[in-house]
Ligand binder design. Structure first.
Ligand code: NAD
Ligand code: GLY
Length: 362
């Protein structure tokens, strides 16, 4: 049977790009990159875990297509999403005499994708880059939409730019090696897309969650395609998050605060967002926007996926207020909070952090 491959497009005028999604795409990376017109050099940015699993396949594919390959293996983990890692990338590109036609490939999860994208945006004032996401979170979220950057010791993602990739290659086969906890955390973002924009996707997850978790390839392609299509539509309307793109932050206001308050070690991003989504849906119900049945379906699906739904007991309500107040997206003390109108529609309301917590405690 032929391998599945689907192509979506992110329509942004001159900055439009395809997302190729399917099976056995890593061995075809060279050909797919050739089609978007990169020069003769490709710099792969990855980490040791992903390198061990997929680097040989990708390097071989690029070489078969005639590319000169330079690989930068950065240390593993969020703690290395910083300016030191960027310096390592720049040093290597300069040593290899990369020019403006050369291309960077991000091979890994969101940490690698954000750093490689930022390096591409800034090296020689901008060279093309390709996202090859290998976690579910990166496949449905961080590889699409052009947010790139690194952390500062004072906070996450404080240094960054919007810079769209030239191409996204999503190979669902890479998910077979992903630890289950990471897979489930990525699923939280898929559930988010269902809640904010796609009741059909939400229903599909409710019905076939066990098959998604069993990595049914056809189903994975369907849910990842639905997720990327929603992200693309949002980004097409508001590329630089002036307004509507904040809809993607459903569950993230409380989620980001919980990640920060638990030192970025206790909860994975998707787990924190899962808790945040249940809290946002609860507030939506209190505001009369979300009916009780939808609220129970949202918390039910999150729980069934194996994700947490409750604020951890070691986080007090006062701390939660503080955690949200320092959110970099708060303006004049008010946070643009995303509420859901049942499943498939949203509404923004401005609340102070104290008002959010008061509604949770009510
Ligand atoms: P990650 O990049 O840290 O990857 C999670 C873990 O999985 C790592 O240990 C990684 O080495 C490993 N891994 C990656 N692919 C694997 C595979 N196929 N098999 C086995 N192990 C594999 O985490 P993530 O959840 O992918 O991304 C989180 C990052 O993404 C954060 O830095 C966050 O700020 C960023 N992010 C960015 C955006 C955006 O729009 N740019 C959106 C959401 C999150
Ligand atoms: N991850 C949210 C966004 O890309 O806007």
């Amino acid at each position: 049977m032929a391998n599945i491959m689907r192509t979506l497009t992110v329509n942004l005028g001159a900055r439009s790009y395809p997302i190729h999604l399917g099976e056995a795409l890593l061995p075809r990376a060279g050909d797919l990159i050739k089609q978007v017109g990169c020069g003769e050099k490709v710099g792969i940015v990855t980490n040791p875990k992903v390198a061990e699993l997929y680097l040989a396949t990708v390097e071989a594919s690029l070489r078969r297509s005639g590319f000169h390959v330079a690989t930068v293996v950065l240390p593993e983990g969020e703690a290395h999403k910083n300016l030191d890692s960027l310096a390592t990338i720049y040093d290597r590109l300069i040593a290899e005499r990369f020019d403006r036609s050369s291309c960077i490939m991000a091979l890994g999860g969101g940490v690698i994708g954000d750093m490689a994208g930022f390096a591409a945006a800034t090296f020689l004032r901008g060279i093309p880059y390709v996202q090859v996401p290998t976690t579910l979170l990166a496949q449905v979220d961080s590889s699409v939409g052009g947010k790139t950057g690194v952390n500062h010791r004072e906070g996450k993602n404080l240094i960054g730019v919007f810079y769209q990739p030239r191409l996204v290659i999503i190979d669902v086969d890479a998910l077979s090696t992903l630890p289950t906890r990471e897979l489930v955390a990525g699923l939280a973002e898929v559930i988010k897309y269902g809640v904010i924009a796609d009741p059909k996707l939400f229903g599909l997850l409710e019905e076939r969650l066990d098959r998604v978790l069993a990595l049914d390839r056809e189903l994975l392609v369907e849910v990842i395609a639905a997720s990327c299509a929603i992200k693309a539509t949002v980004v097409e309307q508001d590329e630089r998050e002036q307004d509507y793109r904040s809809v993607l932050n459903f569950g993230h206001t409380v989620g980001h605060a919980l990640e920060a308050l638990t030192g970025y070690t206790e909860l994975l991003h998707g787990e924190a967002v899962a808790i945040g989504m249940v809290q946002a849906a609860t507030i939506s119900a209190r505001q009369g926007l979300c009916d009780e049945k939808s609220l129970s379906r949202i918390s039910g699906l999150i729980e069934k996926a194996g994700l947490p739904t409750k604020v951890p007991s070691n986080v007090g309500l006062k701390e939660l207020v503080w955690g949200m107040e320092v959110d970099k997206k708060s303006i004049g003390g008010k946070i643009k909070f995303v509420l859901c109108r049942g499943i498939g529609a949203t509404e923004f309301q401005r609340f102070s952090a104290a008002e959010i917590v008061a509604q949770l405690a009510a």
